[in-house]
Write a protein that binds this ligand. Structure first.
Ligand code: AMP
Length: 389
């Protein structure tokens, strides 16, 4: 999800650039100034509360701002991303934005600063005053708005500098030139956004096959906890020896062990453009853990696939796999196969619900050949990839 905030003094050109960026990236535009002016025009109580402050060139309270931003964000649940103009304007609002985006399991991609001198701002706003009809476009009020900007808004830059997502562009150039510079920055930042896929489904549903295909297609790192554990057992490592019995029975390995393994593999791939997780998360607790692990690298789950298959088909497939070299120890006996399927039903379904609630879940019919299943995955995966960028 692409979320951009345009930052700069009044008159820096945020509105003009917003229009271009919004069209290019199909973003939902949130201009707190426009929303407040609309509230005033409609005579709402919120508008009435804001009117005198705006007319004096002051900043409206953070309480009012959080209400209007939250309303706008929650009324656009399918937005491919947001473009904020005139927000955040205070340190408190920077925290508010963090919280609101976190609630949507996303974050700000970049804050773009259009840098203009106070003299240039004043000149532009006085010019705009001739046609804008805005009650706050008078010289005295403009000066107060610029003072508010200097004292309360400009320091917010530090918040984003610390996060490494603050980018400055000289706002004195031509509209086209500035737009090109902004696009370059966005393009570079988008390349850094990881595409993380979680594959869910019962054992035997074909997750491994499709996970590898997804990893290959999008140049992602494939992480299968089952295969990591198998490797540890093969190496007879300390972890391997601890988990051998548990794995043989088809039971779940304790979270502490799995987290360490996943974290090790994530750290081993600092240049990855994303990960495909198979076999993890398996419980609701692990779903929260994965969010935490990805948060550490400034990322999140982008897309979740639940591959569904009839139970009889699953048993047949696992039984057949048990007779090949690809077998897992728990594929060898029908009773362990059934035990694992039962375990899955009990524990893993809340994980499906977890991602469903976040609107990140796509259910796929897992019957047929791997190619047939892939043909059902291709389109939703492509859409998710585009959404993530
Ligand atoms: P703008 O259209 O962004 O220049 O905003 C016009 C006026 O609306 C500002 O001078 C403030 O009084 C008020 N306003 C807009 N956005 C905010 C915000 N994020 N926080 C506080 N006041 C705001």
């Amino acid at each position: 999800m692409l979320n951009i905030a345009l930052f700069g003094a009044p008159g820096a050109g945020k509105g003009t650039q917003s229009e271009l960026l919004m069209k290019k990236h199909n973003l939902v535009y949130i201009s707190t100034g426009n929303i407040l002016r609309e509230e005033i025009r409609s005579g709402t109580s919120l508008g009435e509360a804001a009117r005198s402050i705006i007319e004096a060139g002051g900043l409206v309270s953070d309480e009012i701002i959080v209400q209007i931003i939250e309303k706008k964000i929650t009324s656009n649940p399918d937005a491919p991303g947001f473009l904020f103009d005139g927000f955040p304007r205070t340190f408190v609002q920077a925290y508010i934005l963090e919280g609101l985006l976190l609630k949507m399991h996303t974050s700000l991609t970049c804050l773009l600063f259009l840098d203009v001198t106070p003299e240039e701002s004043l000149k532009r706003l006085l010019h705009r005053a001739k046609t804008s009809g805005r009650s706050d476009d008078t010289e005295a009020v403009i000066k107060n708005r610029l003072k508010e900007y200097r004292e309360k808004t400009a320091p917010v830059a530090r918040f984003y500098r610390d996060q490494g997502i603050f980018f400055q562009v000289n706002g004195a150039g031509s509209v086209e030139d500035i737009y090109r510079q902004l696009e370059d920055i966005i393009d570079k930042e988008l390349r850094k956004v990881l595409f993380n896929i979680v594959l869910l489904g019962y054992p035997g549903a074909g997750r491994g096959t499709q996970a590898r295909k997804l990893a290959q297609n999008y140049n992602l790192v494939y992480l299968s906890t089952g295969e990591m554990l198998k490797e540890e057992i093969r190496k007879r490592s300390e972890v391997g020896q601890t988990v051998q019995n548990i794995c043989d029975k088809g039971d779940l390995v304790p979270d502490e062990i799995v987290i360490k393994l996943i974290e090790k593999h994530i750290r081993r791939n600092p240049e990855a453009s994303g990960f495909v997780f198979k076999g993890f998360p398996r419980t609701l607790v692990q779903a929260y853990i994965l969010d935490g692990l990805l948060r550490k690298i400034n990322s999140s789950v982008s897309f979740t696939l639940d591959i569904q298959c009839p139970t009889l088909e699953l048993i047949k497939r696992l039984d057949a796999r048990g007779k090949t070299s690809r077998r897992m120890n728990y594929d060898m006996e029908t009773s362990t196969i059934v035990h694992r399927l039962e375990q899955h039903e009990k524990i893993c379904l809340p994980v499906v619900e977890y991602y469903k609630k976040q609107g990140k879940m796509t259910v796929i019919d897992g019957s047929g050949t791997p190619e047939e299943v892939w043909s059902r995955i291709e389109e939703p995966a492509e859409n998710a990839w585009r959404r993530a960028r």
